[in-house]
Write a protein that binds this ligand. Structure first.
Ligand code: F6P
Length: 326
C-alpha cells in the first residue's frame, strides 16, 4: 500500500471528519500517501481528488459534516459509472480505498471488490446505526443527543400548554434513534418499524390518562414506522388522528436534518478515531472487502456483505421499560 483514497458518501454523520483525520494521519505515519476523494462516488467518477497531508486535517476533529463533502450518486449504480470510477482509481495509482458511510456506501464497496477487484475497507458512518458488525456507527450518538435536546425543549411547551406532541425522528427503516430517544427522553409512546402498533389502544390510554389528570404526552415516531393499515406513520397524520379520536389538542414536530448536524459527541469522535486507524491497518495487512466496527468496545471486523444484511433491533425490553415508566 503506497497510496490510498478516502471518501465519505451518502448522508453525512457527525464524526466523519474525525474519521478522515484518523485515516490520513495514521496512513501518513506509516508512509502511505492519502488522496481525498470529494463528493463520494460522484467525485471519484469525476476525479475530484486532492492529496491530503497531516496538516490538511488540522482542526476538524470537532467539526460536524464532512470536509470531503458527500453525495448520493445514481451514476455509480451503472456499469459505465463504475467503469469511470475504476479508471480514476487506476490512473491515480490508488492501491486501496477507505469508504466512510452507510448501507449504500458499503454496497458500492462490494461492487468495487467483487466486480472490479479493488481493495476497499468500510467505516460505518450513519446516524441510522443500521449496519451489522458494530454496536455503533459514527454519528448515531450525536444524533440521539441532538434529538434528545430538541425533545427536552418540546417537553417544556408540552407540559406548560398541556398538549400532546408527536415527534418524528430519522432512521430510515431502522428504529434505533426513536427507541433511544423514547427511553432517554421519557416519552410515553414510540412507533417503530420493528413493532406492530395498536393505535386505538394508545388513544384509549391517552383518554384514560386525561381523566386521571395526565394531560401532556410525548409520542416518538420513527420515520420508517407503519400504521396497522400499512401506511407510513407520518407525524402530521398521527397528530390529526389522535385529535379526531381523543378530542385532545395535538401538535406534530418533524426533527429532520437537524439530527445530522452539530459538534460530534466524545463517543463519536473516539469511535471515529479508533475506526479510522483500524481501517488503514487492515489495508496495510492486505485485507479487503471488510468493514470495521466495535462490539463491546473491541474493534470488530466483518465482511462488507455481512455489514449490509438486516440488523436486528432488540425492541422488547426497551419498550417494556418505556411503558412501565410512563
Ligand atoms: O441515512 C441517513 C438519513 O438521514 C436517514 O435517517 C434519512 O432517512 C435519510 O438519510 C435522509 O436522506 P436525504 O438527506 O437524502 O433526504
Amino acid at each position: 500500500m503506497k497510496r490510498i483514497g478516502v471518501l465519505t458518501s451518502g448522508g453525512d454523520a457527525p464524526g466523519m471528519n474525525a474519521a478522515i483525520r484518523s485515516v490520513v494521519r495514521y496512513a501518513v505515519h506509516n508512509k502511505i500517501e492519502v488522496i481525498g476523494i470529494f463528493r463520494g462516488y460522484a467525485g471519484l467518477i469525476n476525479e475530484e481528488l486532492k492529496e491530503l497531508n497531516h496538516r490538511s486535517v488540522s482542526n476538524i476533529i470537532n467539526r460536524g459534516g464532512t470536509m470531503l463533502k458527500t453525495a448520493r450518486c445514481d451514476e455509480f449504480l451503472t456499469e459505465e459509472g463504475q467503469r469511470r470510477a475504476v479508471q480514476a482509481i487506476k490512473k491515480n495509482k490508488i492501491d486501496g480505498l477507505v469508504l466512510i458511510g452507510g448501507d449504500g456506501t458499503y454496497r458500492g464497496g462490494i461492487e468495487l471488490v467483487k466486480k472490479w477487484h479493488l481493495s476497499c475497507i468500510g467505516i460505518p458512518g450513519t446516524i441510522d446505526n443500521d449496519l451489522n458488525g458494530t454496536d455503533s456507527a459514527i454519528g448515531c450518538d450525536t444524533a440521539v443527543n441532538t434529538a434528545l435536546e430538541a425533545i427536552d425543549k418540546i417537553r417544556d411547551t408540552s407540559t406548560s400548554m398541556e398538549r400532546i406532541f408527536v415527534i418524528e425522528v430519522m432512521g430510515r427503516e431502522y428504529g434505533f434513534i426513536a427507541l433511544q430517544v423514547a427511553l432517554g427522553g421519557g416519552a410515553e409512546e414510540v412507533l417503530l418499524p420493528e413493532k406492530k402498533f395498536d393505535f386505538p389502544r394508545m388513544c384509549d390510554e391517552i383518554v384514560e390518562g386525561n381523566i386521571r389528570g395526565k394531560v401532556s404526552w410525548i409520542i416518538i415516531v420513527a420515520e420508517g414506522a407503519h400504521l396497522p393499515d400499512g401506511q407510513i406513520a407520518k407525524a402530521q397524520d398521527i397528530a390529526k388522528k389522535i385529535t379526531e379520536m381523543t378530542g385532545l389538542e395535538t401538535r406534530e414536530v418533524v426533527l429532520g436534518h437537524i439530527q445530522r448536524g452539530g459538534i460530534p459527541t466524545a463517543r463519536d469522535r473516539i469511535l471515529a478515531t479508533r475506526l479510522g486507524a483500524a481501517a488503514v491497518e487492515l489495508l496495510m495487512n492486505g485485507q479487503n472487502g471488510k468493514a470495521v466496527g466495535v462490539i463491546s468496545d473491541d474493534i470488530n471486523v466483518v465482511d462488507l456483505e455481512f455489514a449490509v444484511t438486516k440488523k436486528e433491533l432488540k425492541v422488547d425490553n426497551f419498550y417494556r421499560l418505556i411503558k412501565i415508566l410512563t
